[in-house]
Design a protein around this ligand. Structure first.
Ligand code: FE2
Length: 364
């Protein structure tokens, strides 16, 4: 067993570098039901940036913006647009996580550092993964504060109600042509993850485009990272479109779990969040494919929620349109009823829906 060197307790947080964190925070609060819990910026003694910490269920998002033009944060946003900088992993020992992964070939991004305030201490360290994305290891067993030392708790005058988002189910990376196996190997060798599933271009192709995907997972299965690369097709694939606009590899989508997708998606739609649309004919024969489900099919059709089944159960899922102007990052909302897979039965319908949007953008 080579996975014991990196025990992971879960996703600690996801940090986005954005052009305007204040307004982005309002999007997550108003449209997605997150609660603003902590802040760091000039008012707290941080001079070069502002960061907003938002939570819902077990999910913690950090939105960071630069206050100056030539910082690494500003450069990241200039190059990539708004996007994910850090997929942070909650670990028992951030120093050991750093040493073990660097010894196995990880490129160090930030050496272990102990941060302290009145609420205790947190140890953080970071390594590079695909593109300009980092994995930060966070050890917080001796900490009781709102987020990290340096952040102050926020009390807002109103608290948005949760819309049922529970935890991060998986985070997908898009990497350059020919690089998928390189990054799968990185997760296997450097982080002790296991290859869970392989999808080839026969699983994932439409008239126009194709992609390849492999899913890696850590020992306890809490962390799942599918890695996509473009495959040759008649026209530009959605992965190439992403790479063109993100200017390289990066996080394509974050899947968030809910226990009641009908409620969650109804709320998201009511608040103006836009989703990819599959044609209504999808619902004509979907129950022949997936068998009995507990939900009312008409309700799913009305919300355009997709259904798939594997040996262990079924799942319901839906994908937002990109959440920024560049056609890069989007969200998936997923409700698992036993199924542990990723909705392979929906790939074709879904990618046709994506290509429709690509066509509208003139990128097909
Ligand atoms: Fe997904």
């Amino acid at each position: 067993m080579n996975q014991d060197f990196l025990p992971i307790l879960g996703t600690d947080h996801i940090e986005f570098y954005v052009g305007n964190a204040k307004q982005t925070a309002l999007f997550y609060q108003h449209c997605m039901g997150f609660e603003l819990v902590a802040y760091a910026g000039p008012e707290t003694g941080v001079r070069d940036r502002a960061s907003y910490v938002l939570t819902q269920g077990k999910i913690r998002f950090v939105l960071t913006t630069s206050l100056q033009p030539n910082t690494p944060i500003a450069q990241h946003v200039a190059k990539h647009g708004d996007g994910v900088k850090v997929l942070a992993l909650w670990v028992e020992d951030a120093d050991k996580s750093f040493r073990e992964t660097v010894a196995r070939g990880a490129a160090p991004a930030s050496a272990p550092e102990t941060l302290k305030d009145n609420f205790g201490e947190v140890v953080v360290s970071s390594i590079h993964t695909y593109g300009d994305t980092w994995h930060t290891f966070v050890e917080r067993k001796n900490y009781t504060g709102a987020f990290l030392p340096g952040y102050q708790p926020v009390k807002t005058s109103w608290k948005p109600e949760s819309i049922g988002l529970k935890y991060v189910d998986h985070c997908v990376g898009n990497v350059e042509l020919g690089k998928m196996n390189h990054w799968v190997e990185f997760y296997e060798k450097v982080m002790g993850f296991n290859l869970l599933i392989t999808f080839d271009d026969k699983d994932i192709s439409t008239e126009y485009s194709a992609l390849m995907s492999k899913v890696v997972s850590n020992g306890n299965g809490y962390i799942k990272f599918p890695i996509n690369e473009p495959a040759a097709g008649k026209k530009k694939s959605q992965i190439e479109e992403y790479l063109d606009f993100y200017k390289g590899a990066g996080v394509q989508h974050i899947a968030i779990a809910t226990d009641d997708i009908i409620h969650t998606v109804s709320e998201l739609r009511r608040r103006g969040v836009e989703f990819l649309r599959v044609p209504d004919v999808y619902y004509d024969d979907v129950l022949d494919r997936v068998g009995h489900i507990n939900e009312d099919i008409q309700a799913l059709k009305k919300l355009n929620i997709l259904i798939d089944r594997d040996e262990e159960g079924y799942l319901l899922q839906i994908f937002t349109k990109p959440i920024q102007d560049r056609p890069t990052l989007f969200f998936e909302i997923i409700e698992r009823n036993g199924a542990r897979s990723f909705g392979k039965g929906n790939f074709k319908a879904l990618f046709e829906a994506i290509e429709l949007e690509q066509g509208l953008r003139g990128n097909l």
